[in-house]
Design a protein around this ligand. Sequence first.
Ligand code: PGA
Length: 235
Amino acid sequence: MKIEILKTAREVARRGAALFEGAAAQNPAIVVALPTGRTPIDMYAILAARRREGAFDLARATAFNLDEVLLPRKQPQTFFQFMTRHAWDPLGLSPERRFIPDGETKDPEAECRRYEQALAKAGGLDLAILGIGADGHIAYNLPGQAGPRTHVVSLDAATIATLGGHLKGPVDAITMGVETIRSAKRIVLLATGAQKAEALRRMRDEPPTEAWPCTLFQSHPDLTVIADRAAASQL
Ligand code: PGA
């Protein structure tokens, strides 16, 4: 894996945006996996501004969300809401080429299969842009709940808390699996803040283990980690 260490989170966002923009310029019909979370928000904002300047056009691009929580779509915690606000609308992705697992499905297992089929039909992922959890999770491949293909997971209390809004009770989610994400031709992982430092160190240095799902990606042939100094402080 390649590791680029930049001074600030802002620079990480700019670099991520530049890589995405470059990939989309080379391949306007790009199929990309996109993350939610705090980390990519600035990257999306930079891309939205570039798009307003006419720098690129994602009208022919296809976006697959890495994951979705199983909650009513209108709830503010859903990734459907996050993506609509931060990415899909601002980046000009065509409504018919925005894919996200259906968080309202009555049959999550069938929805997982449907999602894999949609990805295959789109021709597979050219690029996956990822965040990383402090516990080493990638998408919602949580410690002990990583799986090869799109699957259902139960979020732990710490992960539910990151969704905000005082959600009560158990929350399940659908996530792309490790092999689904690893099938991307290229992976770019963004990491900012000291709370990500241990996960990045383990990702680089530890043998692959399901206890730290990030380690399952280290052998990908085209993986670039973009980290700020705080996230890289244990490297
Ligand atoms: P964050 O989430 O960007 O909000 O830190 C990262 C992740 O859970 O993948």
